[in-house]
Write a protein of this length. Structure first.
Length: 325
């Protein structure tokens, strides 16, 4: 295991782009808990101020409202740059494809330039979508993917693939200490109820007493990782010595129909679904091979699905009927 001890992080400074988003807001909490000072940037295109509201008044936290696809700088020393800013759901990146492309390209260079100027460790949040509709299952980091470069999802898939390429270019050309985390399906509190991903979609429909929408026959698979597990993996990766991409996700795979059945069970409901056509380029399977994460980070998910989904449902009960979260 090549993870440096957390105690050595006391008083260090981290910059987190997209800080008001779902996963970044949880990462910020973890960093603050471990004694770091955190500077977060976001322009609220997909993030929400409420995700950071509880940190107001924390002397170790500072927020800057800014579009990181435009150049930016921060004062003082920086030890870590976490580039987390990007639309991350099909509804978002189909609606705002240009912004999505900029998050992976211009914003990546701006975040990389900051890390280079500060001599900081740089970590980019990549995605399992770099594997596209995979022909290898489960997906190891050595798989190069099966991506439609001009499809409706390409603005996200290719932006993340470019972000990975830029990260490795800075590592090779400048010796920058870089990390790449490939994030698989993650769920938990602070997801947006209307973001189009299956977890908030099914929970919202169940809370409103509506049928759950299945795309296709529901036989496509996903692997769901609770957000605290993901954050632990990201933080371990940031403190590791590896520069290779690392999958972070839960290898417990289920079909979308099975997931609908689980949500119905948690609500004590009979399963009621409506089938819609499968969107173009929708991956048929998704399951991480986490062999590298186990070996390099001594990491694997620990939160049981029943526990994680119960916490997520409880969070969403406060947003039934909302279209702004």
């Amino acid at each position: 295991m090549s993870v440096k001890p957390t105690s050595s992080q006391q008083g260090k400074t981290a910059v987190v782009t997209g800080g008001a988003g779902f996963v970044p807001s949880h990462l910020i909490e973890r960093l603050l808990h471990d004694g770091l000072k955190v500077i977060a940037l976001d322009n609220f295109v997909t993030g929400h101020p409420r995700n950071l509201a509880h940190l107001e008044g924390n002397e170790n936290f500072r927020f800057i409202e800014h579009d990181v696809s435009l150049p930016f700088d921060v004062e003082g020393p920086v030890d870590y740059v976490f580039h987390m800013a990007s639309p991350a759901s099909p509804i978002d990146y189909v609606k705002i494809p240009i912004e999505t492309l900029k998050a992976g390209s211009y914003a990546s260079h701006n975040a990389l330039d900051l890390a280079l100027a500060k001599g900081a460790t740089y970590l980019v949040a990549s995605t399992s979508e770099v594997y596209g509709d995979p022909e290898i299952h489960p997906q190891p980091e050595t798989y190069w993917g099966n991506v439609n470069s001009i499809g409706v999802r390409s603005c996200y898939d290719e932006a993340k693939r470019y972000a990975e390429a830029a990260t490795m270019a800075y590592h090779r050309a400048h010796g920058l200490d870089t990390k790449i985390v490939r994030i698989f399906n993650t769920y938990g509190p602070r997801m947006r109820l209307d973001d189009g991903r299956v977890v908030p979609a099914f929970i919202g429909q169940a809370l409103r007493g509506e049928p759950m929408t299945l795309f296709g026959d529901g036989s496509q698979t996903r692997s769901f990782c609770y957000v605290s597990d993901l954050v632990e993996g990201i933080w371990r990766l940031a403190r590791s010595e590896t520069h290779e991409p690392v999958n972070c996700g839960n290898p417990h795979e289920m079909t979308i129909r099975q997931f609908a059945e689980e949500i119905a069970r948690h609500f004590g409901l009979e399963l009621n679904v409506v089938e819609q056509p499968l969107p173009p380029d929708d991956p048929k399977v998704r399951k991480p091979d986490i062999t590298r994460a186990k070996a390099v980070l001594d990491w694997q998910p620990v939160v049981p699905f029943d526990e994680g989904i119960a916490k997520t449902i409880e969070y969403f009960r406060g947003f039934v009927g909302s279209t702004s979260h």
